[in-house]
Ligand binder design. Sequence first.
Ligand SMILES: Nc1nc2c(ncn2[C@@H]2O[C@H](COP(=O)(O)OP(=O)(O)OP(=O)(O)O)[C@@H](O)[C@H]2O)c(=O)[nH]1
Length: 343
Amino acid sequence: MLPPNTPIALPPLRILLVDDQEATRQVLVAQLHAAGHAVEQADSAESALTLFRQHAPDLVLLDVEMPGHDGYWVASQLRASEAGGWTPIIFLSSLDQDHNLWQAIESGGDDYLVKPVSGTVLQAKLRAMQRLRRMQNRLIELSDELRVANEQLTRISHEDALTGLPNRRGFDLRLQQEILSAQRDQTPLTLVLCDIDFFKGYNDTLGHVEGDACLQQLGQLLRSLCRRPRDYPARYGGEEFALILPGTPRSGAMTFARALLRTLELKAIPHPCSSIAKHLTLSGGITTCVPDKTSSAEGLLRRADEALYAAKSRGRNCFFSFEMQMDTREQRGNGRLPPASLA
Ligand SMILES: Nc1nc2c(ncn2[C@@H]2O[C@H](COP(=O)(O)OP(=O)(O)OP(=O)(O)O)[C@@H](O)[C@H]2O)c(=O)[nH]1
């Protein structure tokens, strides 16, 4: 605990001193320097505005009577130039009428001292300003911390904790944005919904910990297949994943799905109780459109979900598209081999 009269150490101020009288400035500068403050000097209204812009001082000491524009004008200009900010202004004037003080405060000043100002009064006022400055800095720090915390919160709230992929919330937001963007550019937009086949059996046989690890592995695989910067894989919920593929036409979407199935085949994640393969497989629904004003996220999701249902009914381990009127196996039947990746 400090003894009662020990002055608290406060950070020095960067002060803009505005006065047309050089002799007055010299006296004040000596006092301010003695107290450890840094001073910029302006001898006119115009140079005050210029130095204020250049140096963004912590405090302005402002004379009232100057040739040309007076101190009141300077104060109102400074206030107008500070969007959302507030640099303290103390008027120093030999005018001692009440209406002078009133006008000074009305023009944007925070305090008014009548010249000649005693050294003690000036130092006391500056210490009060230093305290305010310290508080202001703390508020800026706190609001920065709050902004960072908010950003983290937004990121976390849009992320699936298990796979690290965007979650349903993040996905819904992105889908809205991509629909608007594709609508504006009149480019095709593909939405893919995929679902692990017989995942209940996987969980029931290997347990939920293994089930979770499998979902993580699939999340990584989907991420690695999304090579284009705006491709967006997400965990839609449970064992369902969704992919937004902007600028991807129907044929491209089919190629992507075939590559995905092929990669899964090569990875061969063992699935002990699938009735269609020894390894983990996916079924998927694809929908592709060039969105118009009637297109909606709900409409696209409904269509992709119906296509997913169709893929399940067609025996699983395939992706179906109503727009192509075929699934990935039928396309394979065209004689083209599926690529292992989409490099
Ligand atoms: N381990 C784990 N399992 C999950 C998670 N979310 C959903 N599941 C499981 O995923 C399984 C989904 O089962 P169903 O909806 O019956 O579908 P399915 O067994 O994959 O059958 P089909 O989709 O018809 O091929 C359920 O057993 C859920 O418990 C998760 O976060 N972790």
